[in-house]
Design a protein around this ligand. Structure first.
Ligand SMILES: NC(=O)c1ccc[n+]([C@@H]2O[C@H](COP(=O)([O-])OP(=O)(O)OC[C@H]3O[C@@H](n4cnc5c(N)ncnc54)[C@H](O)[C@@H]3O)[C@@H](O)[C@H]2O)c1
Length: 361
């Protein structure tokens, strides 16, 4: 479908109406992330939400995006009157009328739903973690290959302005070599999930996969693969891990990470990271304003200016623009998202076996 971009008000510039390709999205899973994605699509003029699907019929009639997840990215009103409504995913895929299937379902449903959509001929954006295990990630990758469709995963930190600015600083070499990096993610238990699926290790992978995959994905993005790792975890009754801490072996610098959701409700949520370089220390802390500070050696500290919007906005904008131009995301690929799942699983294995493990992804 072709549409016309609304005029951009630029002082002194001629009013040019640029043609753009309207992208039609079908979204399944109208919980915390589904509402967050719908909130983003409302702000992208090139997107039409053509269909929505959820197993809970009342959610199909929703008018509010208030979602109650760990990051206040959603909220406000939504008008879904123009979208077709389904409680049966296969029926939605069968009737079609869209270009992208956006999967915001619980993680244990990602693989089956992503593969069905790809095989039915749709581009797919799937929430993180890509899947529960390596066998599932690889089946999705095979479906991407045979379908020739575009695929990406909601590893949103790669688009989150605070992290993208730090990446630019590290890549610039301005502050010398990296000596130490630390990634942390602390949360109260995720109480919002449908049927408490997030607290069920078999369906979510618990925090060691569901929450921690964000930092694992970021450290792979910034530093590449470690040579080995050693993890410890807080184990739950079902054997899954609700808080994990890992030391990674790299040549020339040290990386650690920690993340879990056993914090008190009154604590809420925080993500933070440190990078100690030869010439400066960089701190990212979402409980502070400004969120990213640089502390150079022998110079004044300064705050880093961040792009407007959050990672959810920028990742979906990137994918939708990619679909309209026929190119995939160069930032989050199926392969990169699969590696992040596999590294989390290796950390879980290391904690279970109380052993340092080599990384071969
Ligand atoms: N990127 C992020 O920062 C971030 C944050 C939170 C969650 N997530 C991920 O997003 C995904 C969804 O998590 P959530 O927190 O939104 O969960 P949620 O429980 O809030 O929402 C899940 C929705 O799926 C629906 N559903 C369940 N089974 C269904 C089925 N078979 N068919 C149709 N609908 C069905 C439920 O009714 C519910 O509306 C998970 O993979 C999670 O890990 C990502």
């Amino acid at each position: 479908m072709r549409g016309q971009r609304p005029p951009v008000a630029e002082k002194g510039a001629p009013r040019v109406l640029k043609e753009f390709t309207m992208v039609r999205v079908a979204l399944t899973g109208l919980g915390f992330m589904g509402k967050t994605h719908l909130g983003v699509y409302q702000r992208l003029p090139e997107v039409q939400v053509a269909a929505v699907c959820d197993g809970v019929k009342e959610r199909l009639a929703m008018t509010s995006l208030d979602a109650g997840g760990n990051i206040a990215a959603s909220g406000g009103k939504i008008d879904l009157s123009a979208a077709r409504k389904y409680s049966d995913y296969d029926a939605m895929l069968g009737e079609g009328g869209f270009d992208i299937v956006d999967i915001c379902l619980p993680t244990y449903l990602h693989a089956a739903h992503a593969i069905k959509a790809l095989d039915a001929g749709y581009h797919v954006f799937c929430e993180k973690p890509m899947a529960l295990n390596g066998a599932e990630t690889d089946k999705i990758l095979a479906a991407v290959k045979r379908s020739g469709k575009l695929f990406s995963v909601g590893q949103c930190l790669r688009f989150w302005p605070a992290y993208t600015e730090v990446k630019k600083l590290l890549d610039s070499g301005r502050w010398g070599k990296l000596q130490y990096a630390e990634y942390a993610r602390f949360s109260a238990p995720p109480g919002w999930g449908w049927e408490s699926w997030l607290l069920d290790g078999k369906r979510s992978g618990n925090a060691a996969l569901d929450l921690h995959v964000h930092d694992v994905d970021m450290l792979l993005y910034l530093h590449g693969k470690p040579r080995s790792l050693r993890s410890n975890g807080v184990f739950e009754r079902d054997g899954s891990i609700s808080h994990i801490a890992t030391l990674y072996t790299y040549d020339g610098f040290v990386v650690t990470s920690t993340g879990g959701w056993n914090c008190s409700d009154s604590f809420g949520f925080n993500m933070r990271a440190f990078w100690v370089l030869e010439g400066a220390t960089i701190e990212l802390d979402f409980s502070k304003d400004p969120a990213v500070m640089v502390y150079p050696k022998g110079e004044q500290k300064y705050a880093v200016t961040l792009l407007e919007g959050d990672g959810y906005y920028h990742e979906l904008k990137d994918f939708v623009e990619g679909v309209s131009k026929g190119r995939g995301s160069g930032v989050v690929t199926g392969e990169s998202a699969a590696q992040s799942v596999k590294l989390c699983l290796l950390e879980i294995e290391s904690a279970q076996r109380r052993k340092e493990l080599s990384v071969r992804l």
